[in-house]
Design a protein around this ligand. Structure first.
Ligand SMILES: NC(=O)c1ccc[n+]([C@@H]2O[C@H](COP(=O)([O-])OP(=O)(O)OC[C@H]3O[C@@H](n4cnc5c(N)ncnc54)[C@H](OP(=O)(O)O)[C@@H]3O)[C@@H](O)[C@H]2O)c1
Ligand SMILES: [Zn+2]
Ligand SMILES: [Zn+2]
Length: 343
């Protein structure tokens, strides 16, 4: 085994503490990656709060290849790479063959909190100085791209990119993004760059200037009933990134006839009134992570359009502060941990 250092919580809602961690020795198709930057996703916070054992979070990171397995052909030592929230899949089912590894019939291996397909060990995330990953789930980055701000594309970004693309968003589309956080601010950037007329729906009127700076035309305050009523039937697609349980009804009423509400934020069970779908023939759907082709497409699009996340970079020793601030909505718009203090 290889020994590295990282941040682990040992039980529900526990603070993370610095500890040594074991990684597998490289298999023939593995890369060892020095993790330079890892984004702090709200899912990390949910996972820590619900932990039924030790958890090392972190599933959107960028870093540098430090070692390669004997069959690796696509990467060399020194290459900049990015890794997201899935690190393996069966490679043989209809979904994998269609390039939708995120829907693998055997369930994709999650970057943390999953189980390795070969040795059955639990996966440990990238709040850590080193990660070992199959080369097919690592993505080459252009040299010189700002690595800290690229990391959040790998979970927050791809999670909103796939539904925007699958729903054909482009010039003339009317898109709303509910919840302006890590996922939400990237959804706004993507929708705007795809040519859509884009609106933010937020609890926080103070985010109006940010919404405009990100390219949105407008910010609807979700708590303002009159404003919400005036926007009835207004949007073709609403990407709902809200991290807490909530009633989808008020958001469905903002979707146009045949419009779609995509709930990517809260992933538990949902209570919805069929009447909110019936009136206007509306659709309710979800999405998560992305297949390898869509992930490469997103990275190429971001490089071409100069899109990265708006980040606040903190030394990894401030991980508990980052999580605490994320929990009270005090982030504009993604914390990224700089792992160099783990050396
Ligand atoms: N589908 C997937 O595969 C996937 C991938 C990544 C993350 N997620 C999930 O997506 C959610 C968002 O993640 P994130 O990292 O973007 O979180 P985040 O940065 O905390 O953003 C969430 C936003 O939701 C809004 N919000 C939070 N609590 C709310 C409440 N009680 N009522 C109404 N609005 C509320 C806030 O926006 P305003 O201040 O603008 O209202 C907040 O900025 C999390 O639940 C996360 O687990 C899912
Ligand atoms: Zn995530
Ligand atoms: Zn599969």
């Amino acid at each position: 085994m290889r020994t590295t250092t990282g941040w682990r919580a040992d039980g529900p809602a526990q603070k993370l503490h610095r500890t040594s961690l074991q990684r597998r020795e490289l298999r023939a198709d593995d890369l060892a990656v020095r993790v330079d930057h890892c984004g702090v996703c709200h899912t990390d916070l949910h996972s820590i709060n619900a932990a039924d054992g030790p958890v090392v979070p972190g599933h959107e990171f960028t870093g540098t290849v430090t070692d390669i397995g004997r069959d690796v052909t696509g990467f060399a030592v020194g290459d900049p790479v990015a890794v997201g929230n899935i690190v393996d899949s069966c490679g043989e089912c209809a979904m994998c063959l269609a390039g939708q590894e995120n829907f693998c019939h055997e369930f994709p291996t999650l970057t943390y909190g999953g189980t390795d397909r070969h040795d059955a060990t639990p996966t440990l995330g990238a709040y850590s100085r080193e990660y070992v990953v199959r080369e097919s789930f690592a993505y080459a980055l252009p040299r010189g791209w700002e690595a800290a701000a690229v990391a959040p594309l790998m979970c927050a970004g791809i999670t909103v990119w796939e539904p925007l693309r699958a729903l054909g968003i482009g010039s003339g589309s009317r898109v709303a993004v509910a919840g302006l956080g890590g996922l939400g601010h990237l959804a706004v950037k993507f929708a705007v760059a795809l040519g859509a007329e884009t609106t933010v729906i937020s609890r926080s009127p103070g985010k109006l200037d940010d919404a405009r700076r990100l390219g949105a035309q407008d910010l609807l305050v979700s708590g303002d009933d009159a404003q919400m009523a005036r926007s009835r039937d207004r949007f073709d697609v609403i990407i709902d990134t809200i991290s807490a349980v909530h009633d989808p009804g008020p958001y469905l009423r903002l979707a146009a006839v045949d419009g779609t509400l995509v709930q990517v934020g809260h992933l538990g069970s949902v209570s919805l009134n069929a009447m909110d779908l019936l009136i206007g023939r509306k659709k309710f759907t979800s999405a998560g992570s992305g297949g390898r082709p869509a992930t490469r497409e997103m990275l190429d699009f971001c490089a071409e359009h100069d899109i990265t996340a708006d980040v606040e970079v903190l030394p990894s020793s401030q991980v508990n502060e980052a999580l605490e601030r994320l929990g009270r909505n005090d982030v504009r718009y993604r914390f990224v941990l700089d792992m160099s203090d783990l050396d």
